[in-house]
Unconditional design. Structure first.
Length: 316
């Protein structure tokens, strides 16, 4: 019965998504789980998104909260969390599409691991398919979805901040918030999202969850389709700024692990690659190799070929 099922709050962040918000909302409304609410937070859109949402609200039941000022994705998601009535929150993005079984399967995955691991400190991510403008599709299994024991604790923080992987764990597609379901109390207890981060706020949240001992589990089923776009707030200049800010925030942890220099300077290497500043790229690579040759070699070996293959596939 519906009353016996825990209420799940579907939280949708919307910003200038007039061409996609109806698709995202429709996928939320079509969930086959029987006890959910939908909260849409419009983060001060300047297009017709609020009007479109209000017109849909006349036909379907959901809550709309409109920000008077733009707070960024973290601030908007925090608004949704504060207004959530559910025991669990799950995040949908305004340009994504979720399968009808997403909420049900992620909740079942959490409940299974809570029973197995005897803890409620679980973050569950959906496996996803990423669709690019040229039609290329990349299937990305979720973190923790392909291993017997899910990754957990500080080892996940080291993976996020420095790409250090324990071979017994599966790290998959990382920790995008648009794929996350978690107990509402848990995300509140770790402080929600940091409003200072307008990018990589998902990584910041995941690092805090990891440092608080959380387990990272994933759905085996592909439940989410993400339509990949590039906007001004997703530019490499902006990413570089916040990736380095992330390293600074966790400087104490990284210094203890002797990883701060690598974590702080690696984003520059990526930035030079994306900007095609190859001379600076090789200078920074030499610098990193001199400071920590093994870590730099392993990082390049793990990510370099994948990056080049990926870039070749998404060329339009």
């Amino acid at each position: 019965m519906k009353s016996e099922l825990p209420l799940v709050s579907i939280c949708i962040l919307c910003f200038n998504a007039e061409s996609t918000i109806e698709r995202a909302l429709s996928s939320a409304l079509a969930q086959d789980y029987k006890n959910f609410e939908i909260i849409i937070v419009d983060d001060c859109s300047t297009d017709c998104s609020p009007e479109i949402i209000k017109s849909l609200q006349k036909k379907k039941k959901f809550r709309l909260i409109v920000h008077k000022e733009n707070t960024g994705p973290g601030g908007a998601r925090d608004t949704a969390i504060k207004n959530a009535k559910g025991k669990f929150v799950v995040f949908f993005d305004d340009d994504d599409f979720s399968s009808s079984g997403r909420v049900r399967i992620q909740l079942e995955t959490i409940q299974k691991f809570e029973k197995k691991l005897k803890t409620r400190d679980i973050a569950c991510y959906a496996s996803e398919c990423r669709v690019y403008k040229n039609g290329y599709k990349a299937h990305s299994p979720a973190i923790g979805s392909r291993c017997l024991s899910p990754p957990h604790g500080p080892k996940v923080a080291k993976y996020i901040l420095c790409n250090i992987k324990d071979k017994k764990y599966f790290y998959g597609a990382g920790t995008p918030t648009s794929a996350l379901m978690i107990r509402t109390a848990n995300i509140q207890n770790v402080g929600g999202f940091d409003p200072k981060f307008r990018r990589v706020e998902d990584l910041d949240l995941a690092v805090r969850l990891a440092l608080n001992g959380f387990y990272f589990v994933g759905s085996k089923e592909f439940l989410l389709t993400r339509f990949m776009t590039l906007s001004e707030d997703k530019s490499e200049h902006v990413n570089l700024q916040f990736e380095r800010k992330l390293a600074e925030k966790y400087k104490a942890f990284l210094l203890k692990e002797q990883l701060f220099y690598h974590s702080y300077h690696w984003p520059l290497l990526r930035f030079y690659h994306f900007e095609k500043k190859y001379f600076r790229f090789f200078l920074k690579l030499i610098n990193l190799s001199f400071r920590n040759p093994i870590r730099t070699f392993l990082h390049i070996l793990d990510t370099g070929p994948k990056r080049l293959y990926h870039e070749n596939k998404i060329k339009t």
